[in-house]
Design a protein around this ligand. Structure first.
Ligand code: ADP
Ligand code: MG
Length: 242
């Protein structure tokens, strides 16, 4: 579903992604971890072309993401992306936040979009908040709406970049639980997260990044019990000591 072949990216002189070769199969959940500044956000953002690459190929569902002729707005609207900040439209109700892209981009009828949005809100446990505005919701609720909004476009994959890092601790669980349900339903997912319990329980594979490289691509069992790379060992023991 997602394929990186010999991908290199620089920010000016800085080599941010170093020869990435990796794949995520349909229905797989990959957790990307690694120290701050290792390139996790950059990697995930190249998949929906929020970041350009200078070398290599990234394919999403057979589509060359960095092909010059790609219709970028249409492409991006189809790839589910959930950030650390919830970035809902503050002037729109929860329902309208979710309906906006299906109506504007997919030309879905308002009626059908509303039905779909309500079903998605139900799925993330927020049907009763459809008329609320984002600022009336907790961070955890906003993030669940952001997930519902992404799902409204029937994305072939969902990308998450530290979706729980800006949340108060008591709200982390409700967002992870929605992500777990998605994974169980067979969604293809790439998740940057420091939630190692989520990785252990939900991930099919864990990628460990450092200094722009994917140094380790293992099952969670292997990654947590005997990581191959010394830097992954250090990273894990640092995390555990916290
Ligand atoms: P992570 O998400 O793992 O913390 P990032 O992908 O955000 O790492 O960043 C990787 C490296 O690239 C860091 O050294 C960061 O400073 C650098 N970087 C990220 N974005 C930019 C940018 N827009 N311009 C220049 N350097 C950047
Ligand atoms: Mg990051």
């Amino acid at each position: 579903m997602i394929q990186f072949s010999k991908v290199n990216k620089w920010y000016g002189e800085y080599h941010a992604l170093v020869n990435i070769n990796a794949e995520i199969a349909k229905g797989e959940v990959v957790v990307v971890c690694g120290p701050s500044g290792s390139g996790k956000s950059t990697l995930i953002r190249t998949v929906n072309r929020l970041e350009e690459i200078q070398e290599g190929v990234i394919k999403l569902d057979q589509q060359d993401v960095h092909a010059p002729k790609l219709d970028l707005n249409k492409f991006r609207s189809r790839v589910g992306f959930v950030f650390q900040q919830f970035n809902l439209f503050p002037h729109l109700s929860v329902l309208d936040n979710i309906c906006l892209a299906p109506v504007k981009v997919n030309l879905m009828s308002k009626r059908a979009a509303v039905d779909k949005a309500m079903a998605l809100l139900d799925r993330v446990g927020l049907a009763h908040k459809s008329a609320a505005y984002p600022q009336q919701l907790s961070g955890g609720q906003q993030q669940r709406v952001a997930i519902a909004r992404a799902l409204a476009m029937d994305p072939p994959v969902m990308l998450f970049d530290e979706p729980t890092s800006a949340l108060d601790p008591e709200m982390v669980g409700e967002v992870l639980s929605v992500m777990k349900d998605l994974a169980r339903d067979g969604m293809t997912m790439a998740c940057v997260t420091h939630e190692m319990n989520f990785a252990r329980e939900v991930a099919d594979r864990v990628w460990f990044m450092d200094q722009g490289e994917v140094l380790e691509d293992s099952s969670p069992t292997k990654f947590f019990s005997r990581p191959t790379h010394p830097r992954a060992q250090t990273f894990l023991s640092d995390i555990c000591s916290h």
